[in-house]
Design a protein around this ligand. Structure first.
Ligand code: FES
Length: 132
């Protein structure tokens, strides 16, 4: 039996939304202390919608597949939905991950949450909410 689903292999081999958004107004970076893997998410949020999202992941295949799937799941979505994205939903969308790789999908959830916190912080500081 294959260890990884076709979807995991597809997102690992052809990750979506890889890269950096230069004018991102929400950036989240998280790491897993045990494996040392790092995930960084860049979000461009306008009118409470994730207009664009990109990621950089220095990590295992499952972390890359999870980041890729997570970006697909939040792109174009309102923040009210994005904040509820769980690693469970990402794992399900990937048709599952091996039990010892579930923690890799947690990185994706945490990276997005961290980016949303960054966005809130910036808004409080009046950095990104410049509406003419
Ligand atoms: Fe570190 Fe997958 S082994 S995130």
């Amino acid at each position: 039996m294959a260890l990884y689903s076709e979807k995991v292999m597809d997102h690992f081999l052809h990750p979506r939304n890889v890269g950096v958004i230069e004018d991102a107004n929400a950036i989240g970076e998280v790491g897993n202390a045990k494996c040392g893997d790092i995930m960084k998410m860049y979000l461009k949020i306008e009118d409470d919608i994730v207009q664009d999202v990109k990621f950089e992941t220095f990590g295992c295949g499952s972390a890359i597949a999870s980041s890729s799937m997570a970006t697909e799941m939040i792109k174009g979505k309102p923040l009210s939905e994005v904040k509820n994205l769980t690693n469970k939903a990402v794992t399900e969308a990937l048709d599952g991950l091996p039990a010892h790789k579930i923690h890799c999908s947690v990185l994706a959830e945490e990276a997005i949450q961290s980016a949303l916190e960054d966005y809130r912080r910036r808004q409080e500081n009046g950095e990104s909410a410049k509406k003419q």
